[in-house]
Ligand binder design. Sequence first.
Ligand code: THG
Length: 280
Amino acid sequence: METILTGTEETVRISPDLPTVIIGEKINPTGRSWLTEQLTEGNLEALADEAVKQLEDGAHVLDVNVGAASVNEVEVLPQAVKIVQDAVGVPLCIDTADNDALEAALEVYRGKPLINSVNGEEKNLERVLPLVAEYEAAVIGLTMDDDGIPKDPQKRLEIARKIVDRAESMGIPREDILIDCLALTVSAEPDAAVITLNAIDLVREELGVNQALGHSNVSFGLPDRPVINRVALGMVIRAGVNAPIVDAAEVKQSILAADLLLGRDQYAMNYIKYYREHKK
Ligand code: THG
């Protein structure tokens, strides 16, 4: 089960047998008012710096999300994709709920992107999957539908199955679908993380597809978020997430450690290499 993504210069492979792929979350105005201001005014230069910095921090793919109430995404998202691709050669994860903006971004994207996202809502499947097929992209499927996000892990699995089945019926290879079992904050719902972990287990066992996760959501509203994010990350990687959307600066070492412990880093080569390069 190998998902292949390409940017202008680099290819990234996502597979249960390979080290975890880090999707950098920082090109996103949520909770960052200075970035919202820049995007609203159409000043996109900051995105190039943000992209380069995340690669230095150890990201492999970059999520690009310009969504804010004051931003015209149909105009700004394709511009953002161009600017980020001019700055870095890695594949991008195009993150938007506005499917006209998605289509505009796909038109300018160079390579094979990861579309973020489709979900189990009938209307959404009908709009997004034809774009995935047409542009021969990969896609993240969110385990939510017209009734919202189920609390029952089995129901999240059923939505994942529906997305995979529908995509395959349209000629989209199974390898090009990543499932996201949805991380919700444990500050609002005590069982939130356990439900997500159980859903990830089920998707790994029953569908065997690669899995993404908007991981930092788990700690919203709590003090010392990095410690929660780092501890939870070991758990979700063990359960089956192999392409988490995270702040690389915050969790790079934890991911290297998790891969080492799970036998995905022969002779600790990656782990040791990282510390050798970052000693100074
Ligand atoms: N699933 C998928 N895609 C997603 C999400 C998901 N994309 C968006 C989001 N959820 C994942 N990305 C983020 C990005 C930032 C934060 C959380 C998730 C975050 N930001 C800090 C805040 O809002 O407080 C601000 C950080 C800063 O100031 O630098 O927590 O679930 N498929």
